[in-house]
Design a protein around this ligand. Structure first.
Ligand code: ATP
Length: 390
C-alpha cells in the first residue's frame, strides 16, 4: 500500500498537487493543483456531473454565488449557532457591521435558497434533485493529511427532494447509487459507515458515510444524510417566503424532505491516487480508471530529429486529440517514456517508428499489462475507444 509520503512526492514531482503559494513558504490548509491534478479533478467532477445530472431525468444542476446574503447562514445555523463562523469577509469599499459576509462553508445553502426559483422555472414534480459543484471554505478546522482536510476545497452536492414518507426509501436508493458510482470510477475498496444518533447532526434522521481506507486509516469521503425538512423550514421562516411545494396529486402543500449526498472532490482525488499507486519491479504506475486518467493516450515519435517520423506522429496526435486529452513526448528512449507515462496513469502509449512509415501502423502499449501490439493507423481510434470506454 502507498504511504502518504509516496503520494505527496509523486503529486509534486509530476504536476498534480503543489503546496499553496509555495515560493512564499506555503499556507497551511491550501493547495494548488498543477496541470495533471487539474485534469484529474476535472475528470472526477465531470464523471459525477454526468452521472448525477446529465444521465438523469430527475436532477438539474445550478451554480450559485460563493458569497450569499449573510441572513442565509443565520437561518441555516452556521452563523451564531455553530462553532465555525468561517471565513468572514467584507463586501464593498467600506468595512462596517453591515458589510460583513462569509465565504460559504458548503454548497448546499445555494441550492436551498434557489429551491423555489428552480421549481418555478423548470416545472418540476417530486421527487427531483438539484445538484451543484463548487468551492467551500472552512476556517476552524485543523488542516491535516495533505489534501484530506483543507481550508478551501470543492464539494459535489445533491439535494434530492421527496414527499415526506418517501424519504427512507430514497435514502437507501441514494446510498446504493453513490456506492455504484465509486465502483464505476474504479474505487472498490470502500465501505459504508452508519453514523449512530450521537454522532450525527441533530436534524438528521439518518446518515451513512462512504469511507475509503487511506494510509492514515478509514475515513469519510462522502456523507449521505436524510435531512428531513430542516433546511427548507429554516429558510422559509427566516426569509418569510413561502417555499412550500403544491402536490397536484394529493392537493396538499408541504415542505419536501431532502436526501443529501455530499462529497469532496479533493478527498476523492486523494483516495483515487492512493488506490491507483502501484510499485512494480522497476516502475511506479498509477492504475487510474481511464475515465479519470489526465492523459488518455501519449504519442511518441521514435526519434525527435527525423522529419518524416515527426510529421506522421503529429498527424496521428492531431486526430487523437480531437477526442482525448493526449500527451506528446519525444525525449529519451522509449522505455523511459513508457515509465514516465506509467507514473501519471496514461492508459495507452502510441509509438511511431520507421516501419510505421512503410506499413501505416503504430505500436500501442498497454499501461497495465505492458503488452505491445501493432495496430493499423486506420484502426487506432476504434481500438483505443473500445478500451478507454470499457
Ligand atoms: P469531516 O467530519 O471529515 O470534516 P464533515 O462531516 O464535516 O467531514 P461534510 O460537512 O459532510 O463533512 O462535507 C461533505 C464532504 O465534503 C465530506 O465528505 C468531504 O469529502 C468534504 N469535506 C468536508 N470538509 C472538508 C475539508 N475540510 N477538506 C476537504 N474536504 C472536506
Amino acid at each position: 500500500m502507498a504511504t502518504l509520503q509516496d503520494i505527496v512526492s509523486l503529486a509534486k514531482r509530476r504536476g498534480f498537487i503543489y503546496p499553496g503559494s509555495e515560493i512564499y513558504g506555503g499556507m497551511a490548509g491550501f493547495y494548488d493543483y498543477g496541470p495533471l491534478g487539474n485534469e484529474l479533478k476535472f475528470n472526477i467532477k465531470q464523471s459525477w456531473w454526468r452521472n448525477m445530472v446529465q444521465m438523469r431525468d430527475d436532477v438539474v444542476g445550478i451554480s450559485a454565488a460563493i458569497i450569499m446574503n449573510p441572513k442565509a447562514w443565520e437561518a441555516s445555523g452556521h452563523v451564531g449557532t455553530f462553532s465555525d463562523e468561517m471565513f468572514k469577509t467584507s463586501v464593498g469599499r467600506t468595512e462596517n457591521d453591515s458589510s460583513v459576509a462569509y465565504l460559504r462553508p458548503e454548497t448546499a445553502g445555494g441550492i436551498f435558497v434557489n429551491f423555489k426559483n428552480v421549481l418555478d422555472s423548470m416545472h418540476l414534480k417530486l421527487p427531483f434533485g438539484i445538484a451543484q459543484i463548487g468551492k467551500a471554505f472552512r476556517n476552524e478546522i485543523n488542516p491535516r493529511d495533505f489534501i484530506f482536510r483543507t481550508r478551501e476545497f470543492e464539494q459535489m452536492e445533491l439535494e434530492y427532494f421527496v414527499r415526506p414518507g418517501d424519504d427512507e426509501k430514497a435514502f437507501d436508493k441514494w446510498v446504493k447509487e453513490r456506492v455504484a458510482w465509486y465502483k464505476s470510477i474504479g474505487l472498490k475498496n470502500i465501505r459504508e459507515h452508519e453514523q449512530p444518533p450521537e454522532e450525527r447532526a441533530h436534524y438528521s434522521k439518518a446518515t451513512i458515510d462512504i469511507e475509503y481506507e487511506f494510509p492514515f486509516g478509514w475515513q469519510e469521503i462522502e456523507g449521505i444524510a436524510n435531512r428531513g425538512n430542516f433546511d427548507l423550514t429554516a429558510h422559509q421562516k427566516a426569509s418569510v417566503k413561502d417555499l412550500a411545494y403544491f402536490d397536484e396529486e394529493t392537493k396538499e402543500k408541504y415542505l419536501p424532505y431532502v436526501i443529501e449526498p455530499s462529497a469532496g472532490v479533493e478527498r476523492i482525488m486523494l483516495a483515487v491516487l492512493c488506490d491507483a499507486y502501484t510499485e512494480e519491479d522497476d516502475r511506479v504506475v498509477l492504475k487510474l480508471h481511464p475515465t479519470l486518467a489526465p492523459y488518455k493516450v501519449a504519442v511518441f515519435p521514435l526519434l525527435a530529429n527525423k522529419e518524416k517520423l515527426i510529421a506522421k506522429a503529429e498527424s496521428i496526435r492531431d486526430a487523437l486529440k480531437k477526442r482525448w486529452m493526449t500527451a506528446w513526448d519525444d525525449r529519451g528512449n522509449i522505455g523511459k517514456r513508457y515509465r514516465s507515462q506509467d507514473e501519471v496513469g496514461t492508459p495507452f502509449c502510441v509509438t511511431i517508428d520507421f516501419d510505421s512509415l512503410e506499413q501505416n501502423d503504430v505500436t500501442v502499449r498497454d499501461r497495465d499489462t505492458m503488452e505491445q501490439k501493432r495496430v493499423a493507423a486506420s484502426d487506432l481510434e476504434a481500438y483505443l475507444a473500445e478500451r478507454l470506454t470499457s
